[in-house]
Design a protein around this ligand. Structure first.
Ligand SMILES: Nc1ncnc2c1ncn2[C@@H]1O[C@H](COP(=O)(O)OP(=O)(O)O)[C@@H](O)[C@H]1O
Ligand SMILES: [Mg+2]
Length: 233
């Protein structure tokens, strides 16, 4: 059985009289250790889907089976445990804790992990060796994004979910971060899902799930994903 199986997933937002169907009849599966890109334009439903997969949000219909367990059957407590234990989440808008330094943000996240990586080492890997003792407000957007990535990676989660992780990064730093995320799948066996609107990133993934108008448009498999060193985007 695949590591992730999504079947007939629906997620709706109710706004007064209106109902917005953000995810509609979504179906796909993902194998353990894959690097997956969810590709789609703004409003396609990417963040909604990532939040559902990470147990950040509930859904209305369908099945989301992860490692043999259907998230639909979780109560709030079980969903929280799942999120803490298995998930590393890189938020699109970072969500760092303002009164903790970069290092402390990462240290706090790994306190609840079973096999954390060394926070200082991971911050070095994302190029922040010299900035670890700075607070988020003292860091640029790109630096804050890298702290958010370090925080998720250092947990060594089974499932690493990244919402537009290179959005605020310059080209070279973006490639470094993509390399780090690919290494998490290739070397550490984590399943990594990257949400992006940038189609140029698609060749590096094992599997690309194309979202359009709240549903899956197509799924493509790259038998030989492109080496990030040779990627141009
Ligand atoms: N909390 C929310 N309440 C109401 N509508 C929402 C909410 N979050 C997202 N939406 C709507 O759902 C649709 C999909 O949003 P989203 O998943 O954020 O798309 P993407 O990440 O692909 O840009 C959009 O129409 C958006 O306005
Ligand atoms: Mg989004």
């Amino acid at each position: 059985m695949a590591y992730i199986e999504v079947k007939r997933l629906y997620k709706r937002y109710r706004m007064g009289e209106n109902v917005i169907e953000a995810n509609r009849d979504i179906n796909f599966s993902i194998n353990k250790g894959e690097l997956v890109i969810i590709l789609g334009s703004s409003g396609a439903g990417k963040s909604t889907l990532l939040n559902v997969l990470g147990g950040m949000d509930t859904f209305d219909e369908g099945q989301v089976v992860i490692d043999g367990t259907d998230l639909a059957n979780f109560n709030d407590y079980q969903r929280t445990e799942y999120r803490r234990r298995d998930i590393g989440f890189v938020f699109q808008f970072y969500n760092l804790i303002a009164n903790l330094t970069a290092r402390e943000n990462v240290e706090l996240a790994v306190e609840i992990s079973e096999q954390p990586l060394d926070p200082g080492q991971v911050l070095t890997d994302v190029g922040l060796k010299e900035r670890m003792d700075n607070f988020p407000a003292q860091l640029s957007g790109g630096e804050q994004q890298r702290v958010a990535i370090a925080r998720a990676v250092a947990k060594q989660p089974k499932l690493l979910l990244c919402d537009e992780p290179t959005g605020a990064l310059d080209y070279e730093t973006g490639k470094q971060v993509l390399q780090l995320l690919q290494d998490m799948s290739r070397k550490k066996g984590a399943t990594v899902i990257i949400v992006t609107h940038n189609g140029a990133l698609a060749p590096i993934a094992d599997r690309v799930i194309h979202l359009r108008d709240a549903t899956v448009d197509k799924i493509t498999i790259n038998p030989k994903p492109q080496d990030i060193k040779t990627l141009e985007y």
